[in-house]
Design a protein around this ligand. Sequence first.
Ligand code: ADP
Length: 431
Amino acid sequence: MDDLLKILVIDDDEIDRMAVRRSLIKAGFHVHIVEAENCSEAIAYLQETAFDCAFLDYRLPDQDGLSLVQHVRQLGIRIPLVVLTGQGDEEIAVDLMKAGASDYLVKSRVSSDNLARVLRNAMRVYQAELEADLANQRLRESNELLLHKNQELEIQRQQIQVQNIKLIEASRLKSQFLATMSHELRTPLNAIIGFSQLLLRANKSDLTSQQKDMIERIFHNGRHLLALLNEILDFSKVEAGRLSLHPQPMDIGAVVQATVEELRSLAQEKQLLLTTQISVGRAIVFNDPTRLRQIVVNLLSNAIKFTDRGSITVSVASSSPETIQIAVEDTGIGIPHDHLGHIFEAFRQVDQSRTRKHPGTGLGLAITDSLVRMMNGSIHVHSQLGQGSTFVVDLPRQVTVSPPLDGSNACELSPSLPILHPSSLNEAPQQ
Ligand code: ADP
């Protein structure tokens, strides 16, 4: 062994100390040996020097080996301690080990081989203990780090929660503002539409053609504005979770057919072929006819708006014993692939330029999507740019009503509020 080992030998008997020294040297250790004759001398050495190992006699003049071991450990001195006991002292070996001794050896068995074995073992165990302590220390440190990170995350989570509450409140205020404003605006707007309609009907002969033209523009623009307001009002109610369904038994084929007929004139104006395919076995479903009509109106008016030539087909089929599928297929301009994932978001339009060809709020599909989800259904779109689009809605035959999102009294659209009629959206407003 090449490393110089610093060994402390604690024994009041010089012969015994010498025996240890000789045995170690004979075993081939390269040692620097310091000798102490009693406990207090040994403690003094141990406190000032870092030894690789200490051999101590169990019987010392001032204290016994057990007290010395305990004392050394109490002082926090880390060193392998090997106790040399007399014959017959083996029974106290257990106490010595418990007190922190690394090993013990009966004095009569001290030989270079035995001492070398005990020393190597003691140093190996001591080294392993040091490494284990280091690993434990690292574990404790990373635990503390994790704890710290956890605390930081918890603080961040709380901050996000506060921000969320603020955002929800801001969103609620926005929806409330939108609902109030559109409601307030509708009253004067209805007067404008009503009175311009009256003027157009009565005393036609009293009006010059220029006056008649101006009143017609007032009427059309008023209708357009009303349709936009209704859509915004609807959307704000959906967002605030204040829109409720009123399901009842209804003939789905009849409702879809009637809605298609309402919009047929718009398709005819663009010379589009509008057909229906109603092939449902049990046509009676349990749903809200007003909301179902609104879904069909939104999809069909879009199909008409975004189709310049060709045809539109509205079909109703039984997709499973429990579900009904409504599909609106057109041969229109189609939707670019990268927009397909966004068109159901509010205010999303493929063409968002101010000079866009097709007017609209960008809310129709968002409202449709919300209504379909309230009905526990789903909506999908397939589209090919320049070829056309198909919107497919799957709905359960039996719609159940879930409580309003905000727990408040859900309100429906006032009966006086007509559902968005697409005619005014398809007409570009006349200025
Ligand atoms: P709006 O029609 O008022 O713009 P929507 O929410 O109804 O708003 O539709 C969002 C966008 O999705 C439309 O602006 C249009 O770009 C696209 N879109 C919807 N339906 C069709 C369709 N049938 N064909 C082509 N594009 C469509």
